[in-house]
Design a protein around this ligand. Structure first.
Ligand SMILES: *Cc1c(COP(=O)(O)O)cnc(C)c1O
Length: 481
């Protein structure tokens, strides 16, 4: 066993915050590195020796191989690939924000205020009673949210066994529910692509802990029975979880808290314009109703008198993430919200919906549209009637400098093409996309082989995508003589 110091925060009866160090024991294998991973002492003669300019060129050229929102249209459905404003980056780069996570709270009052202010904005946008900002991704938020539901039901005597999930939900939902210790039951959506109350009620019984609903769902359709659905759930002692990653479709218009939602997560790296994936870490805050506040994970940040403080005691889950979560992502999201302004959030959502419907209208005579309800932030076509596959169209789009839409998801649409333009694209860009799609569909009719062999202009052609995902080659290997 190794002993390492750990900082413990505590609060006195009078509300004073203090901290102390304690020695915590860790097993040896947590901190000792296996010899095969050590570089020191090894002969690194063959390690590439490069000059600065060679390295700069290498990475600059690599970066040019990437398609990004900064380099072109990126209509990847469900992912809300909106532009990430540069002012977010500029302000997140202020050195005043970089603080050691163990810094005494008195020295980081500004950072705590930022977290507290962001929480207020999110409460205002969603109508929820409180948020934890700590989860590091949407799926992490789902996991946290379902754990909160479990803690709440357990405190009432029975955590129950089942989470119901409509077939139009996002794919991470069943995984998160399962990971949080629940059995997942899928319920079908109706011919309009939404859940009806009768179908939900047929699945309700005393084992049902919650319904996990993506709204607007992955067909881009608003769940219009949501108020009745929430009432039916509550009557059964069950809760309503809303996957709010698609909040871009209605922020500033509808508040999930007003619809009877008990728990919801947001994706700061979608709706609130912070970078995705390779562009930086994510953030998936979870909002809850008043009743569930005691079960939020720690730390819980609040203001008492003139001072912000972070409380580490709660009936809840303990921590779900080290320290406070991805703080600089929160700074970016708050900059976005403040620069857009409360009164303009509605306009963001309206423009996102307008752009999706512009694409839908202009392509609905060229492609099959399986669900005819009004689209919100995204539109989903199928491959019905085409003599090429969805993948062939997606690959051909690359030759035109456009990132493909999401393919083959949601699963309930055959050969799905899920297109989400977001509000940050101009009419000119949408027109180029629409024209390109029409050109590609014409090529498909006249010369399907042309699409089947695409792409032609990319550094690699068609990959074995399964192999590429499972056997990533990311590290330099010494060449065999
Ligand atoms: C993106 C997304 C998620 C998952 O978010 P991650 O940050 O990728 O984990 C969940 N639900 C919906 C509807 C999404 O679009």
């Amino acid at each position: 066993m190794n002993k390492l110091p750990e900082l413990i925060f505590n609060e006195s009866k009078e509300g004073k915050i203090g901290y102390s160090f304690s020695e915590t024991e860790f097993p040896d294998d947590i901190i000792s590195l296996d010899d095969q991973y050590r570089r020191d002492g090894q002969n690194l003669e063959d390690f590439p020796q490069l000059s600065e300019v060679e390295i700069v060129r290498h990475y600059t050229n690599l970066s040019h191989l990437n398609h990004s929102v900064d380099s072109g249209f990126y209509p990847l459905g469900s992912c809300t690939m909106k532009y990430n404003p540069k002012i977010n980056e500029a302000i997140a780069g202020w050195e005043e924000f970089s603080a050691h996570p163990y810094a005494p709270l008195k020295l980081v009052q500004g950072n705590l205020e930022i977290m507290n202010t962001l929480e207020k904005w999110l409460k205002d946008v969603t109508g929820m009673a409180g948020f934890t900002l700590t989860p590091a991704a949407g799926a992490h938020g789902e996991f946290t949210g379902i754990k909160i539901i479990r803690a709440h039901l357990a405190a009432k005597g029975n955590p129950r066994k089942i989470i119901l999930i409509p077939d139009s939900a996002h794919g991470t939902n069943p995984a998160s529910a399962h990971f949080s210790g629940y059995e997942v039951k899928e319920i079908p959506s109706n011919e309009n692509g939404i859940l009806d109350v009768a179908s939900l009620e047929a699945h309700l019984n005393e084992d049902v802990a919650a319904l996990m609903m993506t709204n607007p769902n992955t067909l881009g359709v608003f769940e219009r029975n949501i108020v009745e659905i929430s009432q039916a759930l509550h009557k059964n002692g069950s809760l309503l979880y809303m996957d709010g990653a698609n909040m871009n479709a209605f922020m500033g218009i509808v508040k999930p808290g007003d619809l009877g939602v008990d728990v919801l997560h947001l994706n700061l790296h979608k709706t609130f314009s912070t970078p995705h994936g390779g562009g930086g870490p994510g953030s998936g805050p979870v909002g809850v109703t008043e009743e569930l506040l005691p079960h939020l994970p720690v730390p819980v940040i609040s203001k008492q008198g003139d001072l912000y403080h972070a409380a580490y005691f709660n009936k809840g889950l303990g921590r779900v993430k080290n320290f406070y979560g991805n703080f600089l992502i929160m700074v970016r999201a708050l900059v976005y919200l403040m620069s857009i302004g409360k009164e303009n959030l509605r306009k963001v959502a309206e423009d996102a919906v307008l752009n999706a419907n512009y694409i839908r209208k202009n392509l609905e005579n060229d492609l099959d549209l399986p669900y005819k309800f009004k689209s919100l932030h995204e539109v989903v076509f199928s491959d019905k009637g085409l003599n090429v596959k969805t993948l062939d169209i997606a690959k051909r789009l690359l030759d035109f400098g456009i990132h493909p839409f999401t393919v083959y998801f949601p699963l309930i649409v055959h050969g799905a093409m899920m297109i989400e333009p977001t509000e940050t694209e101009s009419k000119e860009t949408l027109d180029i996309f629409i024209r390109t799609m029409k050109t590609i569909l014409k090529e498909a009719a006249e010369d399907p082989a042309k699409l089947q062999n695409a792409p032609y202009s990319t550094p690699v052609r068609r990959l074995d995508e399964v192999l590429a995902a499972r056997q990533l080659a990311l590290k330099w290997e010494k060449k065999q003589e």
